[in-house]
Design a protein around this ligand. Sequence first.
Ligand SMILES: *Cc1c(COP(=O)(O)O)cnc(C)c1O
Length: 516
Amino acid sequence: MGDMKMNTVGRPSAPDFDVEATSFHTLLGGRGLLQSEKLIFEWDDYHRTGVDFADIAIDTSDLDGLVRGDDLNLPGLTEPECVRHYVRLSQKNHAIDLALYPLGSCTMKHNPRLNEKMARIAGLGDIHPLQPVSTVQGALALMDSLAHWLKTLTGMPAVALSPKAGAHGELCGLLTIKAAHEARGQGHRRTVLVPTSAHGTNPATAAFVGYTVKEVAQTADGRVDVADLASKLGSDVAAIMVTNPNTCGLFERDILEISRLTHEAGAYFYCDGANFNAIVGRVRPGDLGVDAMHINLHKTFSTPHGGGGPGAGPVVLSAALAPFAPRPWVVSAGDGFVIEEHGEADSAANFGRMCAFHGQMGMYIRALTYMLSHGADGLKKVAEDAVLNANYIKASLSDLMSVPFPDGPCMHEALFDDSWLEGTGVTTLDFAKAMIDEGFHPMTMYFPLVVHGAMLIEPTETESRAEMDRFIAVLRALAGAARNGDVARFKGAPYLAPAKRLDETRAARQPRLIFS
Ligand SMILES: *Cc1c(COP(=O)(O)O)cnc(C)c1O
């Protein structure tokens, strides 16, 4: 590969790309100082361990003949092999600690290390959910405090903390709505309305709870079509699920009208709050008429995510829904806190609980740390800077890449479509894969579904101007290469990643988890 060339505006243009040079094979599959790595179940020695235990003779057991006689066949790795295995795997992956992670709708922001320090305080990190309540008063106070600030920031009277992800929060919200309808003699309401631009989890959750999902159309400017919504609202509708700002990165201008119509029809307003980062400290969803909204602590409040790490999706609830929230509750009782885990006779309406214990304690600690270290002014600035950064990206690329909703500024994410790639032979997928060769994780692709070949970029407020300029320069250079017909650099990309272009459909349909 040649050096980056500067074009007339001082930004790099795409260097010549030598496909031949990228197919160099090494003896053991390593690359540079990166080792190739087997899957853990491909290690063939099942008898090594990192720790030696003396054999124990079991003469009697309450399990009688059910005691296991054969080996467990867990992979046998020494301690250094085990440590290296996971470090090597981590090198094959991307992380927010490595570089910008522009996944739209996912809010991949920096996780301040203060969060980690707090989560490791022994009195919080080393406790167990089955400990006597009198020994975990500090942890309960922390949960109570987190609940207070979530309610304050959203303008809602109640919050169920325990859901473990956004999608789990959606489930919690819809089960709460179902319980409320049933208690009010409205159990016949079987339909949930979902706009076409919704995240896939919205219709999936509604279907999982047993509702029939009906789509609501979108206007030409990327918002919910209120007339279409009004025509579909009726006595069969249990709820609407609307994301605001929506997944096109736009604020729903008619949100007050949407909530008024919904309530008038006797339905509840579920808001997907995954995009809360754009409005935190500036807009309170409670003031918009929202009845239930999950908050991805792992998005807006910076706790780590990606790669399947733990999430947390507390659900704030309106006064109408609060009595139907799941257990458990942390309640202040005179001189301390107690966990209310079992329904009282007068609250039989709640539908039970979302998980075995109390939710993701580690995420609660990180989220509260983040809130308190930012303060009210800091959180407001988070939303403002996130929106500013997204608009900087949009403005810096929109002369080369087409913008489906060009009027006015966007919120926290910039949406492009693929009409600018027409005739180039390069698709959204090819373009995204070429970004990997340049050291950048791709943006969200092909979502929202309402935009053809969508590319959704969310820089978040934690990226500096310098880092965004690097990213913009690379995207401009790649866009130039695509427009100039340099199809080869895109078609086989990524050439330099540990895993090359995968057959993703086949990988999903026929997953082969071990080589044999
Ligand atoms: C991330 C996201 C979800 C799901 O949240 P998880 O924590 O991944 O389950 C739902 N809706 C939108 C708009 C999202 O961005």
